[in-house]
Design a protein around this ligand. Structure first.
Ligand code: BES
Ligand code: MN
Ligand code: MN
Length: 475
């Protein structure tokens, strides 16, 4: 049985695998910040080299217009043995990471990975920016490829894969749509996309995610006077853009915390009773989850009429992500600034359209333009929501692999409130379904200081991928 050999090989070489992941984590591939452009390219090259070592043919393809203005996409291929009869899988992951700020809140530097021993709350873990999102999770797949190659001397154990690693997922995937268009011929040969960039139901509770929310990300700037003003001379005599902006934005929600933009809910699918029952049966504990982030039970707030998990997985929201204006330095300064701005984003569900939501939000702002003020609108794009099929034989194979890798625990079917733009894109452009097989935990501090990936999750990831390859070989 080759899979047992592969699993034994993974176990025997685990220390090397973790050291390799740490090498990758040391490269600060922050895609949103131009200062890290060369580092981001280096992270792509690092991944490309791993894929080459696993026997795949690899290209690093520049993106953007002009070409090279975006971060490259790593595209690799294992042809599959001539007698391979299983599906052609597209594995997608991202090698870029979120900015590490605020640096002072990290216990160790974000790009100097450390292995922290288990304590009362957390298991043994790798702490670094990108540990779980998404380098650590991509590494679980890379290590499975390596183990199959080293055990069978065949790339991916003879399974046909296309691997696509993006470097702009954390900055809005702005060049992805064009890339997918330009490489449609190659990508449409794949039967399904596999992504490890989501979480589990909990420790020891593996899960397959079957839906991600979409995102529309905007910035609105409210301009008033052509200069900053003394608030003694001008307070009460002309518009203060900070106060006016916050007055407008506070109208985004009604008393039931529903979003007030006209037609905002257009396309939103009703939850079925079957789904509500299935989610209830997952036994999610909101009070406990709130407690872990330092909140009391009365902090369970959100749209009326829905449970917390329904609000996260199946309902759209409006969020203020940043609000900037006036004096924010130390001490006091009496000023009425010339302008104020806010980053406003919307999490969306099927079948809402990010472009329409953005357009409607800007029109809604215009209808509420405070006297004497002027708006400036910026569309930072986002991504489509995606709910994927749960009845495919390939998904069943992934669930069997996940179950076997977790010592017999059946994988739960869950959704997530986060967004992964590629899934909606592949569905829209190529009709491709996605399987989200992720290994994160709720307390991994994704996008935050002290991001971590627990070694038990890393192990589960490598063996699940290795066993999925075995399943594919026998399909
Ligand atoms: N891996 C996350 C998405 C995610 C987060 C899935 C939490 C499951 C749980 C992804 O890298 C991400 O952060 N996406 C962004 C998308 C955006 C920048 C277009 C997000 O959700 O904010
Ligand atoms: Mn991610
Ligand atoms: Mn992310």
């Amino acid at each position: 049985m080759s899979v047992d050999k592969v699993l034994a090989h993974l176990a025997a070489t685990e220390a090397d695998a973790i050291a390799r992941l740490c090498d990758w984590l040391r490269i600060p591939s922050v895609s949103t910040d131009p200062a890290y452009k060369a580092d981001t390219a280096r992270a792509a090259e690092w991944a490309a080299e791993q894929l080459r070592l696993a026997g795949l043919t690899v290209e690093i393809i520049p993106t953007g217009d002009p070409a090279g203005s975006g971060h490259p996409i790593v595209l690799a291929e294992s042809p599959g043995t001539p007698d391979y009869a299983g599906p052609h899988i597209l594995f997608y992951g991202h090698y870029d990471v979120q900015p590490p700020e605020p640096l002072e809140l990290w216990d160790s530097p974000p790009f100097e990975p450390v292995i922290k021993p288990a304590d009362a709350n957390l298991g043994t873990r790798i702490v670094a920016r990108g540990a779980v999102d998404d380098k650590g999770q991509v590494a679980t797949f890379l290590e499975a490829l390596r183990a199959w190659k080293e055990t069978t001397d065949q790339p991916a154990g003879g399974v046909r894969f296309t691997v696509m690693l993006e470097g702009e997922e954390e900055s809005g995937s702005v060049n992805l749509e064009r890339f997918v268009e330009q490489h449609t011929d190659r990508l449409k040969e794949c039967q399904v996309c596999l992504i490890s960039d989501t979480g589990m139901l909990g420790r020891g509770k593996p899960a397959i995610t079957y839906g991600v929310r979409g995102l529309a990300y905007t910035e609105v700037i409210l301009h008033a006077a052509n200069q900053d003003l003394h608030s003694g001379m001008w307070g009460g005599r002309c518009p203060n853009p900070i106060s006016e902006l916050t007055k407008v934005l506070s109208q985004l929600w009604d008393a039931d915390r529903r979003v007030t933009i006209p037609d905002f809910y257009e396309g939103v699918r009703d939850l079925t009773q079957a789904e509500r029952d299935a989610w209830k049966a997952l036994g999610f504990d909101q009070i406990d989850a709130l407690k872990k982030i330092g909140l009391p039970p009365e902090a369970d707030v959100g749209e009326a009429g829905f449970t917390p998990i329904e609000r996260e997985w199946a309902r759209p929201t409006a969020e203020l992500n940043g609000i900037i204006g006036g004096y924010t330095g130390a001490g006091a300064k009496t000023v009425i600034p010339s302008h104020a701005s806010a980053k406003v984003s919307f999490r969306l569900v099927d079948d809402q359209s990010p472009a329409k939501v953005t357009e409607r939000f800007f029109a809604w702002c215009k209808d509420r333009t405070p006297p004497g003020c002027r708006w400036e609108f910026i569309d930072h794009s986002g991504g489509d929501p995606a709910t994927v099929a749960t009845d495919s034989p390939i998904l069943a194979a992934a669930r069997r692999a996940l179950k076997a890798a977790s010592g017999g625990t059946e994988a739960a079917l869950i959704k997530t409130g986060g967004s992964i733009p590629v899934a909606g894109l592949l569905k829209k452009q190529l009709g491709l379904e996605t399987i989200f097989m992720g290994f994160g935990l709720d307390d991994d501090r994704v996008h935050s200081p002290n991001e971590k990936f627990e070694l038990d999750c890393f192990r589960l990831g490598t063996s699940a991928h290795a066993m999925f390859i075995e399943e594919l070989r026998s399909m």
